[in-house]
Design a protein around this ligand. Structure first.
Ligand code: SF4
Ligand code: SF4
Length: 292
């Protein structure tokens, strides 16, 4: 297929594709009675497939972790590409103001909005990944959403415990969209109450660049030893000064909140995210003055 040449405008074109889907598609909904919007205005960023950070992720997380080239090769085993011929397109989907407002009041279980965002909102994110892949494909660019690959798997990292072959948050970090917090969430300019997505494409788009040099730069506790407001937000003590206990967290989400969502909200789901709201990094990059 002949490629449509977007030359200098590829980044704007992709940004418009993502925003257009969220603004105009009837799919961006929590699937409640009022069909409330699932996600607010997104952030979009780009990293290059040859970014050394991807090799670093592999070294730190485990040999099972895919570089963009490996993720691309899973979908297109017969196409030879050089790492720098690939771009990782990443986005951040912020929770809506209403979802954050109702979730701030919760202390044990997710609000209905939050649980809906986790299930139906993530379904929107799946459709968004497919939409970006389809849009690129019909314009002549090979593209894949690693998270949707049938080969994507959860894995165990010696260093970090629960892990997977591709992490949307790590791709977003590489694209300059945010840094990690004490509770492992990604703190972005729109805050930490977010979800991420990504697509790897054979297209040339300049990398966005990272306005940080360290993986926890936006977290006040990790950098300055202050804040820690996410610690008491966790109903099962899964966060402490050492970081995030993924086992306790998963246990609460899948064993406890699933029952609550079924019995109180009437659908099969789960979720928590209490550590992502009512904290200084909820909706922005926090400053020490936010603690006053
Ligand atoms: S609440 Fe404070 S300590 Fe926790 S992740 Fe946010 S900035 Fe870091
Ligand atoms: S998501 Fe919930 S259970 Fe997990 S660390 Fe955050 S507050 Fe705790």
């Amino acid at each position: 297929m002949e490629k449509i040449d977007f030359s200098e405008n590829a980044a704007a074109w992709i940004g418009k594709t993502i925003r257009g889907f969220l603004d105009n598609s009837k799919e961006n909904t929590l699937k409640d009675e009022k069909n409330k919007r699932a996600w607010a205005d997104p952030l979009v960023g780009f990293s290059n497939g040859a970014d050394p950070l991807y090799q670093e992720f592999k070294r730190h997380i485990g040999s099972f972790y895919w570089t963009p080239t490996e993720a691309f090769a899973k979908a297109f085993p017969h196409i030879k590409v050089l790492p720098d011929e690939l771009t990782v397109i990443s986005w951040v989907l912020p929770q809506t103001e209403e979802t954050k407002r109702v979730s701030r009041k919760e202390t044990v279980y997710p609000s209905e909005n939050w649980a809906r965002a986790r299930i139906f909102g993530e379904a929107v994110n799946v459709r968004l990944r497919q939409h970006v892949v389809e849009t690129l494909t019909v314009s002549g660019y090979n593209a894949v959403a690693p998270q949707l690959s049938p080969l994507w798997e959860e894995k165990r990292s010696e260093r970090y415990g629960d892990a997977s072959t591709w992490s949307e948050r790590h791709a977003a970090y590489a694209a300059g969209l945010g840094t990690f917090g004490l509770s492992d969430g990604l703190i972005t300019p729109r805050g930490k109450a977010i979800r991420c997505g990504s697509v790897v494409a054979e297209i040339e788009i300049p990398a966005s660049g990272r306005p940080y040099s360290e993986s926890h730069e936006y977290c006040l506790f990790r950098t300055q030893g202050i804040c820690g407001r996410c610690i008491p937000r966790c109903p099962v003590d899964a966060i402490d000064e050492a970081g995030h206990n993924k086992v306790k967290c998963r246990d609460h989400i899948f064993r406890v909140t699933a029952k609550h969502v079924r019995s109180h909200y009437g659908f099969e789901g789960y979720g928590c995210g209490l550590c992502q709201v009512a904290v200084p990094c909820e909706s922005k990059i926090p400053k020490p003055s936010d603690l006053e």
